[in-house]
Design a protein around this ligand. Structure first.
Ligand SMILES: CC(C)(COP(=O)(O)OP(=O)(O)OC[C@H]1O[C@@H](n2cnc3c(N)ncnc32)[C@H](O)[C@@H]1OP(=O)(O)O)[C@@H](O)C(=O)NCCC(=O)NCCSC(=O)c1ccc(O)cc1
Length: 134
């Protein structure tokens, strides 16, 4: 399973008055990285997943350690690495680097759910294959 690597520029909207990233904004960035991974690598845009297929991948758990502050105008490189898949769960490692420095690292678990009942469902074989062969 390959790592997905992408970048995010730190904008004014991400920062507190001290000019460093306010930590909830990191969670939004992580979600946007997951969304980009689904669309660009897994072939399931969130629009298609949610609106057409009526499925979802909520985050059931997330744990992040913030190792160093990130500042307005920097570009962070996010690396998302999926781990061994469960029945419905997609465990992922997440890291962000900036200026050659580790800024955050952690893990999150996505769970494939039905969009109406919001209960977990087995990962479709095609999606599991895409993740495993990515
Ligand atoms: C995730 C859940 C649906 C799972 O509940 P259930 O359907 O009853 O299933 P289970 O408890 O049997 O667990 C199912 C799997 O999830 C795993 N699981 C459940 N809870 C956890 C936690 N906390 N950590 C890790 N893994 C977990 C569990 O090990 C099972 O794995 P498999 O063996 O691979 O199937 C439920 O716990 C829930 O609704 N939690 C709240 C989720 C939430 O609100 N997250 C925050 C915001 S959602 C969001 O941002 C979003 C993003 C993208 C979207 O597409 C949709 C929503």
């Amino acid at each position: 399973m390959a790592a997905f690597v992408t970048t995010r520029k730190i904008l004014f909207q991400h920062c507190d008055p001290a000019g460093i990233v306010f930590y909830p904004r990191y969670f939004e960035m992580i979600n946007s990285v997951v969304e980009e991974w689904f669309e660009d690598v897994l072939g399931h845009s969130f629009a298609s997943l949610h609106m057409d297929q009526k499925k979802g991948v909520p985050t059931a758990g997330i744990s992040v350690d913030f190792r160093a502050p990130s500042r307005l105008g920097e570009v962070l490189t996010f690396t998302l690495t999926p781990g061994p898949l469960g029945r419905s769960r997609i465990p992922c490692r997440i890291e962000a680097h900036g200026g050659g420095q580790l800024r955050l690292e952690g893990a999150l678990t996505l769970v494939y759910v039905d969009g109406v009942t919001l209960k977990s469902e087995p990962l479709p074989a095609t999606l599991a294959q895409r993740i495993e062969q990515s």
